[in-house]
Design a protein around this ligand. Structure first.
Ligand code: SF4
Ligand code: SF4
Length: 320
């Protein structure tokens, strides 16, 4: 399974490029990991080599459903500016040029707010006295391993250290590690929401699956996620999880947005029971294979270039 975009990347890189599927949702708890893990297993069982990257770095949990033998553990660091107050003449250049407001001159001394410093290096290169340097701080780790259930399924997991806020840089490192491995398909389990973390996970995917539920909250958050995916011009498919549990008509909204509902997972107590004990519905519920195959067939259409992209819908709505 490889999209035209993946094929282009492949030609450019003169190497192997998997199809990249991002599984995301506007809010947590909608069933994103349920969909990502079970699709990964469906494809691995069908003979594809699959890489599942858990980019929900603040609360990764794919490994609970797919335990793996870790064969690589990498510490991830992020650069932050570090001034030398002895060499500083308090000219204020660093503060003036920092696009993120991460450095301020307080009491004649530059103070760097490490949480919002992006490590871009602008202050370092523009400091006239060489007083501004940089250092590396650990933000988390990325583990890699083969899933115990199948040699064809590899799991890459990003874990943010407690107290750290630089999720995007760790997500970038998680994706970088995932993209290092040969696979037919790379499934990115994205963090919920539409902030920087979600953007870092979803960017450059070949397709975006948005998992939602038929409630007012689900609809509201789906709307935000659709804007994110549309801005990126990604083909988008919506999966309604807990279908039948609420009164909201997701399909009506999706149709108005010219996005397809590409799968439904019913509201069924057995699914909650399987999930709660770390099981996989594809293993335990006979009907699950057909729910997942429906979603998979949309992804195959995208890979073959026969599914419309959200950008097409956007252009149509804008009359372009
Ligand atoms: S640019 Fe350099 S010298 Fe000027 S305030 Fe910042 S650290 Fe100090
Ligand atoms: S490294 Fe970049 S983000 Fe950090 S303080 Fe310097 S200019 Fe600002």
């Amino acid at each position: 399974m490889r999209s035209r975009a993946a094929a282009d990347r492949c030609e450019l890189a003169d190497g192997y490029a998997p199809f990249i599927l991002a599984v995301a949702s506007g809010k947590g708890g909608t069933g994103k990991t349920l969909v990502a893990t079970n699709l990964a297993v469906l494809w691995a069982d069908a003979g594809l080599s699959v890489l599942l990257a858990d980019c929900d770095v603040e609360a990764p949990n794919s490994h609970l459903f797919l335990p793996a033998r870790t064969d690589k553990l990498t510490s991830v660091e992020s650069k932050v500016a570090r001034p030398d107050s002895q060499a500083c003449n308090a000219c204020g250049t660093c503060s003036d040029l920092c696009a993120f407001g991460a450095v301020r001159i307080l009491g004649g001394t530059p103070v760097v707010f490490e949480e919002i410093c992006h490590g871009c290096g602008v202050c370092v290169s523009s400091c006239p006295t060489g007083a501004m340097g940089e250092c590396s701080l650990r933000v988390g780790e990325v583990s890699t391993g083969v899933a115990k259930r199948s040699q064809r399924l590899r799991l890459v997991t990003g874990r943010l250290d407690i107290g750290q806020v630089k999720a995007p840089s760790l997500i970038g490192a998680t994706r970088e590690e995932a993209e290092r491995w040969d696979a037919d398909i790379l499934v990115l389990d994205a963090p919920p929401g539409v902030a920087c973390s979600a953007v870092a996970a979803v960017r450059h995917a070949d397709a975006l699956l948005l998992v939602t539920e038929p409630t007012a909250f689900g609809l509201h958050d789906l709307e935000l996620s659709l804007m994110l995916g549309s801005d990126m011009g990604l083909p988008i498919g919506v999966v309604v999880n807990r279908d039948g549990s609420g009164p909201t008509d997701i399909a009506e909204f999706a149709t108005a947005q010219r996005v397809d509902v590409v799968g439904r997972i019913p509201f069924d107590r057995r699914i909650a029971e399987v999930y709660a004990r770390g099981g996989l519905i594809v293993d335990e519920l006979p009907e699950a294979t057909s729910w997942l195959r429906t979603i998979s067939s949309w992804i195959e259409d995208v890979a073959e270039g026969s599914a419309p992209s959200a950008a097409d819908g956007l252009r149509e709505r804008a009359g372009r």
